[in-house]
Structures are given as C-alpha cells and as structure tokens.
Ligand binder design. Structure first.
Ligand code: SF4
Length: 678
C-alpha cells in the first residue's frame, strides 16, 4: 500500500502582501499545491489569514511571467538573451555611465516587496562600491513620514510597540488606517480582544465611515488633512487639564515647553480644535477625555497620516501626545506605525533609503568609516542620495542616466506617473527586474531581468512589529528567473569586487548583514541583530520568526517592546517633543482654484486587491469583491452634480483625469471622494 504521507510536503513561509506579515503554511501533495493555510506557530497571525492571503495559491503560475532576460528594442520588442549577456551589458553600461558622468548619474529604485537580502546587496553595491547613495524605494511613498517622525522623536526608526499591545490596550485609536481592509488580520485580533473585553474602546478617525468603524465606539469624520490640528488640540487639552505626566516628561524628554506653546497657537482648546477639524465638539471632548484617562492607549497610524504633504509633522503630533502621557513602549500603551508593505521595515533596516547609510546609520563620518571598513568598500557614498520623487526629477533633467528598477511598477504607483513616463523615455539605460513580463514600467525598459516570485524566493522579511520571518521557496523558479540579490551580486563581481559579492546563498547575505548590525552594539541604537550572525545553513533554513533586537550578549530577551524604560536612541537618551505647526494639504479645496477642484480626493486599498494588481488580479475569487474601479460620493454631492449610482463619471484636476463608476455612499464625507488605489 503506498504511503500517502511520503509525498506530502509542508513549507512555512510569509505572506507577500501587507505589513502584518502573516505566516503561511503551504502544503503540496503528490506535487499538487493545496490551498494555503495560516501558520498556527507564527506570532503575527497564529493561524489566521485574510482573504488575500488565503487566495495566494490561486495567484501562482507561469501566466504573464517574465521568464528570460531580454534586450528590448523600441521597434522590434524583446529579444531573449542569456543571463551572462544581460549582466555583462549592465555592468558595462554602469561602468561607462559612472566613468563619464560620475557615480550620482546612476540609481536604484527598490521596493518593499524585495526581501531583506535583496535590499542588503543592492545597498552595499551602490553605497559602498559604485559610490552613490541614489538608492531609494517605493517604501518612501508609504513609510518615509513615519520613519522621519520616529527618528525625530526617538532618535531611531524604531517601532516601540508589538501586536499584543493592540489586544491588551483599553483604548485603541485608528487614524489614517482602514485596518479592516488594509491590515485585516491585525484588525481581526483587535476585534477578538474587544469581544472578550467589551470595555475596550475603539476610536476611528477618518474622513469617511469605513469598515473599520463597524465595531467602533466613536467615529470622528475629520476634515481631510486635519489630523495634526486634532492631535495639537489634544496636546493643548492634556496640558490645560493637568493630565501631562510631568515626572516622565521631566526625566525622559526634551522640548515639551516649545511643543505645547506651538500647539496652543494652532489649536488652543476644544472648541477651536473641533471647529478646525470639522467635528462635533461633544465628540472631540469625549475622545480627548478617553485619551487623557486611559493609560493603556495605542494609537495605530498608517498611510492616511504618512501620505501627506506634512506627514512627518502629523506623526510627531501623535507621538507628542504619547510622550506627554509617558505612553511609549509600555504594555498596551504606545504610538504604533503600521507598515504598508511586507518588507518596508526590512528595507529600512539594511539602509534601503537614500538618506540612510546602513543598519540605521546615517552619513556622519563615524558611520561612513565603520560601515566602509566592515564592507572593505573602496567607494563609500558620503552624503544622502536622491529620494524617490527628486530621483525621477533628476531622470527628467537628464542628470541620472542609469536606472535599475526592482520589484516595483513606479509608472503606476508614483504620483504624476505620466510625467515620469516621459522622463523614463529619455533615460539612457533603464533596467527592470520583475517577475511579471508586461507592466507599465517594463514597457520602457531596455533590459529586462526575470526575478523569482513568491513561492520561489528565499530570504527574510520584517513586519510592522519588528518580527523577522523567513520567506521560503517551495516551487522551482519559473523559466530562468533568479533571485534579485544574486543578479545584483553578479554585477558587483563584474565590476571587479569578487570577494565582496561572493555570496553562495541567501543565508550568506543574511549573516553578513547581521554581523554588520553589530557596529551598533555600543551605540544608543536599538537595531542590532548580531546575535544571528553565526547561523549556519541549517539554522537559517529553520529560523523561527523573532523580533529584533537580537544582540549577541542578550539574545532576544528584551525585544517585545522598545523604550519602555524611558531610554531612547538619542545621544542623551531622551525623547524629543517636536513643535508642530499643523498645515492643510498643499493641494486642496482650501487652496487656490477651489472652484475648479471642489472635492478632496482620498485613496486607499480595497479588501481583496494588492497595489497594482499584477498578482491579485490572477484570482477570479479576489476579482469578484470589487470588479472595477469606482469613486465613492456622498449622496448630497451626487445629487448636486446630478450623478446617479452606477453612472460613469470623469474626475479631473491639473494632474490628469480618470473615468470611474460612481458609488453613492452615506459613509463618504460631503466634499470628499474616495477612489481605490489599485
Ligand atoms: Fe497577508 Fe496582510 Fe492578509 Fe496577513 S493580513 S494574510 S499579511 S494580506
């Protein structure tokens, strides 16, 4: 009798979508892939998956894949070439561009979809060996405001909280976050905790009534962009009502007096705050009193805060209120920035942003010397490079002539995409590494490199609570697809740096990166995973999810929360209040031209799709939830503009126009529209 179990194969890996970072168990039987399940041993989800995660097996396959390296001719189209031919050409073009125009004429544009190992090799290659810090990422678009806010307040891009805090808090505030749809499993954990402890309060601050409001105790339909006014008003209220933790402020922070003075100028009291934010005074009073009285308060913020012309200040306005009450990094009490993408945090750890060098170090002389020495790097970048939008502006001007885009589709995801399309058309060398053959961006590439996709990739990602998890391969690579870190390392070797890029596998990359983080050992910085630098192949293969820091001297003992002892990553170990002067969005009906643009436009995720849909559109089931692009309009606005439910409407502003199906929704705020980002 055949042994059925002998053909069973179980692989534990990590979901490639949102920043919750759920563990996924993949089961193959007789070489057949069975529906995926949540990994019950993974601390992020403990067996749960949302609908996107549970449909992962439906999105795999060779359809639409980029299978071979290609040289792309503008008229003749793609021509299959060997990896050697593609890599030799890329190395030669990079060498020639840098020789003729200097290192800053070359750039990488990366993605929160990359694994940490990919990010590490990209960062090392360009910042240590090519000699430019022009290494930025699509994570800039979603996370850089939160990063900057945390660096300003805590001295480091470090999230103090963990998911358990959302469950044990007595008050959870969601602001700029429709977590029911954007981070569903974390939202499920929150709702389960609320069912078990009905006294737990949930406040949702959002211009529209989203699915996250369904179980909320209070919804504040704030005027779009009013967030910093609201939290400045809250800071004023805490001071006015003597609810500031003076002892904590005195012992562990700087800058309180300046912050409170500025808050009082912009939002001095309850009435003015409610008025500015377009909210009912009684509702704001209730929210403020709950915040003041509830020690265990978590404020969870996401892209509605970050993606703003003043997103960093909004983040600091929130953190200021937590510092004023001493609620940072304590059980059930913390500000909590939730990442959008699966590895936005891993990329930041290695230094995959133009204004960071590596392992949370900047471009000070000491950091450049220490990182340069570790890498034995001959061409260390000495100053920050171009961030995402300035990078594309530099391409437009012709200053950047060599661009390598990995795992992202900026001609859909960047603001002003039409402008950047024209810029890329002029760029001398555009290389795109992707697992999908035809995207808006691959159409403009001169060289295409096939990348392994989810299920084929091997490496690590870091989720919103600093938990490092393995993504493991369970399928053979499609066609000639290879890991991105491998392609980058091959360029390093072809530039003459054989030993610096002689990685055998993802584990070799990971342990080098872990060892590099040990340079933070004697600094106030929290990021240190040097306790993982001695993993061998087997340890790396079986590595269980774990939160950083993982120090050599105290492996993982104190990693669940950060800064709970009031010791921060600043030179004097004190947190910094930031004096925030709230601003309205730079482009809005408040600004000039409001007669032509009478509406605010908000964007966001829908439940069943992911970003530009190159993966989720493969699943028939996921396509059923929202089958076409749409715009949500309040019934009064629809009536005034004679729009009926289901009509096709045109939205336009100075950046462009779009045709969308109208959905008339009571939950939409008057004067605001909502359009899914996908
Ligand atoms: Fe994947 Fe996020 Fe859903 Fe978890 S919540 S299964 S990480 S999309």
């Amino acid at each position: 009798m055949p042994d059925i179990l002998s053909t069973d194969k179980l692989t534990n890996t990590t979901c490639p979508y949102c920043g919750v970072g759920c563990g996924v168990t993949v089961r193959q039987q007789d070489a057949q892939l069975l529906p995926v399940a949540g990994d019950v041993a993974h601390p992020a989800n403990i067996g749960r998956l949302c609908v996107k995660g549970s449909a992962l097996h439906e999105t795999l396959g060779a359809k639409r894949r980029l299978l071979y390296p290609e040289f792309v001719h503008p008229e003749k189209g793609g021509q299959r070439v060997s990896w050697d031919a593609a890599l030799d050409t890329i190395a030669e073009k990079l060498r020639a561009t840098v020789a003729q125009h200097g290192p800053d004429s070359a750039a990488l544009y990366l993605s929160g979809q990359l694994l940490t190992e990919d990010y590490y090799v990209a960062n090392k290659l360009f910042k240590g060996f090519v000699g430019t810090a022009n290494v930025d990422t699509n994570s800039r678009l979603c996370m850089s405001s939160a990063v900057a806010a945390q660096v300003r307040a805590f001295g480091e891009d470090a999230v103090p909280a963990c998911y358990e805090d959302v469950e044990i808090a007595d008050l959870v505030i969601l602001i700029g976050s429709n977590s029911a749809w954007a981070h569903p499993v974390l939202h499920q954990r929150l709702l389960k905790a609320k069912r078990e402890r009905p006294q737990m309060k949930l406040v949702v601050i959002d211009p529209r009534r989203t699915e996250s409001c369904d179980q909320a105790d209070l919804h504040l339909p704030i005027a779009p962009g009013g967030d910093a006014f609201l939290f400045s008003g809250l800071l004023s209220y805490l001071a006015n009502e003597n609810m500031v933790d003076r002892d904590y402020v005195e012992k562990h922070t700087n800058g309180f007096e300046a912050a409170i003075a500025v808050a009082r100028q912009s939002a001095p009291d309850l009435h003015s705050t409610a008025d500015l934010c377009g909210l009912d005074v009684a509702a704001v009073a209730l929210f403020f009193s709950w915040f003041a009285e509830t020690d265990r308060t978590v404020t969870l913020f996401s892209q509605g805060i970050n993606q703003s012309s003043s997103g960093t200040d909004k983040g600091n306005a929130i953190i200021n209120c937590h510092l004023a009450t001493g609620r940072v990094g304590k059980p059930g009490a913390s500000p909590f920035s939730i990442t959008g993408q699966p590895n936005a945090m891993g990329g930041r750890e290695v230094g995959g942003l133009a204004n960071m060098l590596a392992v949370h170090r900047g471009f000070d002389d000491t950091s450049i010397a220490e990182v340069g020495q570790f890498w034995n790097a001959p061409n260390m970048a000495r100053a920050p490079g171009l961030k995402a939008v300035p990078l594309f502006e530099a391409i437009e001007r012709g200053d950047v002539k060599f661009l390598w885009i990995l795992a992202t589709n900026p001609l859909v995801s960047l603001p002003e995409a039409d402008r950047w399309r024209r810029a890329l058309e002029k760029c001398e060398t555009v290389i795109v590494s992707d697992c999908v053959r035809d995207t808006d961006t691959t159409q403009l590439a001169h060289i295409l490199l096939p990348a392994v996709g989810w299920g084929e990739k091997d490496g690590t990602v870091t989720n919103s609570e600093r938990c490092i998890s393995r993504q493991r391969a369970f399928l053979p690579a499609a066609g000639e697809a290879r890991a991105d870190w491998w392609a980058l390392a091959e360029i390093g070797k072809r530039l003459g740096f054989e030993s610096a890029f002689g990685f055998r596998n993802a584990r070799d990359v990971f342990v080098e990166y872990a060892a590099l983080s040990g340079i933070n050992r004697d600094s106030p910085l929290q990021f240190d995973i040097s306790g993982l630098a001695t993993l061998n192949d087997e340890h790396y293969e079986t590595m269980a999810p774990l939160q950083w820091p993982v120090r050599t001297d105290a492996p993982n003992d104190d990693s669940q929360r950060l800064f709970g002892d009031g010791q921060f990553s600043t030179p004097d170990r004190r947190a910094r209040f930031i004096a925030v002067t709230p601003e309205w969005p730079r482009e809005s009906p408040h600004s000039a031209g409001s007669a032509e643009t009478p509406f605010f436009l908000n964007t966001g995720r829908v439940r069943d799709h992911w970003h530009t849909m190159t993966r989720t559109a493969e699943s028939e089931r996921l396509n059923r939830h929202r089958a076409e692009p749409y715009v949500e309009i309040h019934p009064d606005d629809a009536r005034a503009d004679r729009v009926a439910n289901g009509d096709i409407v045109e939205l336009k502003n100075r950046h462009g126009s779009v045709l969308l199906r109208a959905r008339i929704e009571e939950g939409q705020r008057r004067g605001s529209l909502f359009v899914p980002m996908h």
